[in-house]
Design a binder for this molecule. Structure first.
Ligand SMILES: [Zn+2]
Length: 252
């Protein structure tokens, strides 16, 4: 019964994934979580900041092969260096991120990483793992079968499925997908390494939220560096093809 519900899939890097939930269900959850954030946080309407963030975000999402999602980015007025992308194509950038990501390529590294989580369906995979664990526990406890489509599961998913920290596997995979996206868009992939160094520096005192869910240690940087030669080749090809994003930084 349970096995019939388990979907096997391959992530963009070829890793086997268990995906229980239909993609459009995750999309709906992402849109709902985004609407809640938009009503709870302060949206920054500064045209220069919005133009800059949109310019970088659009360049990244233009490189997404599957065109079924329409992407949207909102800038939130908040000093924390934070950013996210949710299933359903919703992205958010906190203004505090713009002081840590010092140039367009570093911001592209952040957004490429976040979009990478969405493209690889990491939220769905995590929720699926949690669902299987709780179903197994319920069976073990003799309380019967847990319906993965129950509203309770959905509520749990909204809380823990798409906004909580990802595993190291998911982080590495998002880094690699993000590196590829930014290089294809014509952003210098080497700036991804600098971004994480800046992030680590920004976490000097109490770690900001983004850093606590995104450790900027040598594992991450080594992983990026091990893929850099390929990314630079993609980058150079993109530049030859005329992909030279020139997003104007606010105040510059
Ligand atoms: Zn991440």
């Amino acid at each position: 019964m349970l096995l019939a519900l388990i979907g096997c899939a391959k992530s963009p890097t070829g890793r086997n994934q268990l995906l229980v939930f239909p993609a459009d269900q995750l999309d709906a959850m992402g849109v709902q979580a985004f609407d809640e954030m938009r009503s709870e946080l302060t949206v920054d309407k500064d045209p220069a900041i919005n133009d800059y963030v949109r310019c970088v975000a659009n360049a990244i999402t233009d490189e997404v092969t599957n065109k079924s999602t329409s992407w949207e980015v909102v800038v939130f007025k908040d000093p924390n260096p934070n950013a996210f992308a949710l299933p359903g194509g919703k992205m958010g950038v906190y203004t505090g991120m713009l002081t840590v990501a010092e140039n367009q390529s570093q911001l592209a590294a952040v957004l490429g990483h976040e979009v990478g989580h969405v493209l690889a369906q990491h939220g769905n995979e995590r929720m699926s793992q949690q669902q299987l664990t709780s179903a197994a526990l319920a069976v073990a406890a003799g309380s019967g079968y847990v319906d993965p489509y129950s509203m309770q599961a959905l509520g749990l998913g909204a809380q823990v499925g798409i906004l909580l920290p990802y595993s190291r596997t998911h982080e590495s995979e998002a880094d690699i997908i993000g590196l590829d996206l930014m290089a294809k868009a014509g952003f210098d992939p080497r700036q991804s390494v600098q971004l994480w160094k800046n992030m680590a520096k920004a976490g000097g005192g109490a770690p900001p939220e983004f850093l606590s869910t995104h450790p900027a240690g040598s594992t991450r940087i080594d992983n990026l560096l091990s893929h850099m030669a390929g990314a630079l080749q993609i980058y150079n090809e993109a530049r030859v093809k005329g992909k030279k994003p020139n997003c104007k930084q606010p105040g510059s």
